[in-house]
Ligand binder design. Structure first.
Ligand code: HEC
Ligand code: HEC
Ligand code: HEC
Ligand code: HEC
Length: 170
């Protein structure tokens, strides 16, 4: 009898832990998304809900090889006044006060020998979402490892230069 109870309890514990595990990995909002970021910054909140333009935060995207991830000063332009007591915003102040740049985890990768420049693409009126997907719907950006095939597929479709060994490789 006592043995039986122990067995039942153990079985229940097992079932609950498996369920918790499954829910944690498959049903939580972060399922299948990118790496955890130092501050859980959401493109969905800022772009879709609050209607902030991409280029407000990524101002150099059309001019330089480095689109720029906003420095914490820019976040604080707003967050000195908006939800300024939020614990994640307190974290921003800590980065700001210690002059540490926020250690954002990069999610887009191209092979090291590939030169990618946004300028030609944006001047050609290719929307951000054609390459980055609907970031305005996303809380945590997923990783994307750019393979040459992904570049060529679009270049073929749009009749762009596919002489990639000359055009894209340094
Ligand atoms: C142009 C203004 C503006 C800028 C710039 C801005 N934010 Fe926000 N942010 C907002 C607004 C508005 C909200 C929604 C506040 C609310 O829920 O009332 C928000 C919400 C948030 C939240 C809470 C989100 C949530 O899930 O509830 C975090 C965290 C945050 N911002 C981080 C950042 C970081 C980090 C940066 C800089 C990279 C940044 N913000 C730049 C306006 C801004
Ligand atoms: C309020 C500021 C803000 C706005 C507006 C914003 N971003 Fe961002 N973006 C960030 C921050 C902060 C990061 C770094 C954290 C992350 O990856 O989520 C980032 C990261 C990214 C990255 C990934 C960079 C990497 O690591 O490879 C892409 C792509 C991107 N943003 C595209 C966009 C596009 C497209 C829009 C407009 C639809 C946009 N962003 C609007 C602040 C912003
Ligand atoms: C033709 C495809 C394409 C388009 C269009 C495009 N991107 Fe990108 N983007 C990329 C690739 C590829 C990378 C990775 C490049 C790298 O790491 O050097 C990238 C990287 C980024 C990054 C991260 C840069 C970093 O320093 O880590 C940001 C931010 C970004 N893009 C924003 C934007 C915004 C905003 C737009 C629209 C105005 C846009 N992109 C349009 C392909 C594109
Ligand atoms: C969504 C479509 C699309 C994707 C994805 C794309 N490109 Fe392009 N790319 C274009 C178009 C269209 C042009 C032509 C622009 C022009 O003629 O000014 C272009 C132009 C270029 C050029 C300039 C070519 C020249 O004639 O000098 C280079 C280099 C380049 N892309 C590299 C890349 C690389 C590297 C990737 C992948 C990481 C990539 N592109 C992904 C559409 C794309």
């Amino acid at each position: 009898m006592k043995k039986n109870t122990a067995a039942i309890v153990l079985t229940l514990i097992t079932i609950f832990s498996v369920a918790a595990f499954v829910i944690y990995f498959w049903a939580s909002p972060s399922a299948g998304l990118g790496p955890e970021q130092p501050i859980p910054f959401s493109h969905n909140v800022h772009v879709a809900v609050k209607q902030i333009q991409c280029q407000y935060c990524h101002p150099y995207v059309a001019y330089s090889n480095f689109p720029g991830i906003p420095p914490v000063e820019k976040c604080l332009h707003c967050h000195n006044y908006i939800i300024e007591k939020h614990p994640q915003i307190q974290k921003e102040h800590k980065y700001f006060n210690t002059q540490t740049s926020t250690p954002w985890v990069k999610v887009n990768y191209v092979a090291e020998h590939v030169l990618f420049n946004h300028q030609r693409h944006i001047n050609n009126k290719i929307a951000c979402r054609e390459c980055h997907g609907p970031v305005e719907n996303i809380h945590r950006l997923p990783p994307k490892n750019w393979q040459m095939g992904m570049c060529l597929e679009c270049h073929n479709k749009k009749d762009a230069n596919v002489d990639c060994w000359l055009a894209c490789h340094s």
